[in-house]
Design a protein around this ligand. Sequence first.
Ligand code: ATP
Ligand code: FE2
Length: 342
Amino acid sequence: MIILGIEGTAHTFGAGIVDSEHNILANEIDMFKPAEGGLHPREVANHHSETAAPVIKKALDSAGMAAEDIDLVSFSMGPGLGPCLRVAATAARAFAGYMRIPIIGVNHCIAHIEIGRAVTGCTDPALLYASGGNTQVIAYSEGRYRIFGETQDIGIGNMLDKLGRELGMGFYAGPRIEELAKNADRYYELPYSVKGMDVAFSGLMTAAVALYRKGVSLENISYSVQETAYSMLTEVTERAMAHIGKKEVLLGGGVAQNMRLREMIEEMAHARGAEMFVPDRRLCMDNGAMIAWLGYLMHSSGVRMEIKDTEVRQRFRTDEVSVTWRKRSAPRSSCREFPEIR
Ligand code: ATP
Ligand code: FE2
């Protein structure tokens, strides 16, 4: 079976093609970069409308395929920015309708975990999903991917990007902050906000901006922000792993490309006798291949959707989806059940 996956939850429009052995035949992305300031959902949606057809065409070309070769279309149904989600959904519906093939809307966060499981070979990990808009620790338990910890305010990547803007670094500051941190000579203490398995970043960001106004160097601010924020993520990931007894930790999301975060998580994992897994950079970021792969898993486990079931869901939670494609490892508990997405 050949599956086309369409991603469009935030700034990236992606089209990926995979087969049923999770071979990635194509994975094309086009990322919207604002001239200045943050992301305006309308502007991003306009970008997606303009790039959707060319990106899908590029994916077909790089896979050496024609539209007729595709057997199933899946798309990111949420969570994400409404106008962007609607463009991806419209592209998927048009493709499925025209080619008369089935369509499946998938949860973007679960796509990160499933592509990681498929390509890294880990089997039952806790996922630290650290991206622009999302920061969650997710793991499988009793038929669902459950969120064990998450940010109470902004995503880690959004915090880095907003801070970068305040400090004049331009958009997409994560990699720049990582580079600057290498040349620091001092750590400045910043608010460390961990509540149980949740984190919060806005206090840290405000304090970092205050350091900048006092004349502290960008290098030292970058270093202090990384050490503090990534320690917070490592602590909550460890707590979740201990709580649910997982021996594997998988990283996903754009911030998973950060080498300092990887180093901290790996050290924590080794200390617990656990192992860390990180997919290739192109699969950590938002991309269509992961959407295609989750579409395949759902379809092969019997999930079917009509066009009327494909409405986008801006606040689509990870634990709303019944994980029909994994064997249940434990008996069902009396915990609250959410409506089944079938
Ligand atoms: P999502 O829709 O899943 O919330 P997203 O649309 O923001 O995610 P991703 O591609 O997953 O997209 O992640 C982008 C984020 O990753 C940006 O905030 C960027 O600053 C951050 N990032 C990229 N590389 C690095 C790095 N080396 N270190 C830290 N952050 C990074
Ligand atoms: Fe993502």
